[in-house]
Design a protein around this ligand. Sequence first.
Ligand code: ADP
Length: 608
Amino acid sequence: MFRDIRWRIAIPYILLILVVMTGLAIVLTRTTRNAQLDALQNSLSTQVRALSASIPTALQDPAEENLDTFARSWSQLLEARVTIIGVDGTVLGESDGIREQMNNHLNRPEVQRALATGEGSSSRYSQTLQSEMMYAAVPVIVAGDTVAVARVGLTLEEIESNIDQIQRAILTATVIATLAAVVVAVVIAGRTTRSIQRLTDVAGRMADGDLDARLHLAPRNDLGDLTRAFNYMGDQLRDQVQDLAAERGRLEAILENMADGVLITDELGQVSLLNPAASRLLEVKEKEALGRSFAEIARHHELIETWQGVYNQRQEQMVAVEIGRQKTFVQMIVSPLEITDQQGCLVILQDLTHIRRLETVRRDFISNISHELRTPLAALKALVETLLDGALDDPPAAKRFLTSAENEVDALTQMVEELLELTRIESGMVPLQLAPTPVANVIMPAIDRLRPQANRLDITLTVDLAEGLPPVLSDASRAQQVAGNLLHNAIKFTSAGGEVTVRAKAEDDEAAVLFYVRDTGVGIPAIELPRIFERFYKADQARSSGGTGLGLAIARHLVQAHGGRIWAKSKEGKGSTFYFTLPVANEIVDQDEAGDFTSGAEPNIAAA
Ligand code: ADP
């Protein structure tokens, strides 16, 4: 209770009032009492002298058996107690008490002093009158001899009652002043605390996030400056929080959208931040990862060891590994990170799968092209050597060798031409002559051209065109080239007795025509399927003798240049189906887009 600001203001006042009033009471009581006692003593002194002067006469009066009557008459006169004491201490006359019952008065201090010095006085409690009394005594001298002592006594009750009155007045004043101090304290404290309470309320609202909360400017008083300072602090705080929020927003947007994974681990190795790319690469949900150790979520010993190494050596480290079910090839860079005084780690994860795939493609391309060139060149060299070694002298044999040599050169030429063509198509140097083309016009030339080959190999070739198909918007010769490539492959990879079917039907949304070439041939292993549209790629090198591995790459580029899609499904040993689409001619097609050879999505390829 006394910690309340009202009491803290009131108590010093109250103490001050109490000290002053107590001092005043003591001083007033003392001075009043002394003054009254002095006055009383003087008056007693005068009275007792007058009394003493009349005693000798009374002593000589034979009618006076004792001096009680004398004492009483003087007592009435003086309005005081009158006692006449003999020199031996016997009470000779007494106004207020019963003389016979009174003891010897010789030992009374005033009597002693009167006998010794000629005048004595004293104040004390009178057993006879049951009251506080002041006495004054003088000796009664007759012819130079002390014959008695006269004493006058007055009660001090009046003085005590006067002093009581003064003390009561001071007490009343003290109580009133104390109450006034309390009231003043309550009023002052009320005003101060109201302002402080408002300050506390606004500070509480700001702490709860309401950064626009402000105090009303108080009139110029003690709290005016504090209010201004507080409001200024609020403005600064709001600006800083807004800046921080904007900064944070920017950082979050960067982290959310960047392709690289970013992850931060704290001093204990627990994940404190993880962006969507990192959770995708590590195949873990953000809320499952936060607060857990990196070792638990990385699940790859090389990643964990590298990360651990940075904690031990405080030096940047890097590692590249294949992780997760998706076999993602990830490069991880771990750097020491110091946030305030905590030592954590910053982990950057880069997905290099695509780059590594391109690297593999490039390596395969070089090895394939070398291989493709070496085979006919080695055959040519063998033929030339045979001719030089004497076959020239045998004209029929020489002619046979030269024919073989010419075939090899033709194969080489075809490969180089296909390669050149692919490069030209890829770089957009072959413009398409787009025109509405009947579907039969896309398929039939290839069918007609390859039917004798199918017959020869005992392969049943079936064509199935849906009724009323709309014409497609295509460069007829290029579309025929695609159909021819797929049909040629289908026949090539199907053994005797097999079937090859070519079909065309409208797609569900009727915006394009779907063509497909199905065979019952060798099929393509699932693992090879995603790569068959790459240049030089051959699913099974041993089986695909005679081909260059460029046909499907050319077909893909041509279809994409038409704004279509191409993909394949296959089951090893059961056969394959190759699909491609061409947009229908009555659809509004952007010619520029259709003619852009480099556009078009990656082929959608899936194992059946
Ligand atoms: P190639 O000149 O070797 O036929 P392609 O690019 O046309 O080149 O084909 C690439 C590879 O795809 C082939 O070597 C073969 O392994 C596979 N392939 C293509 N079509 C078929 C098919 N219908 N059946 C089985 N495998 C096929």
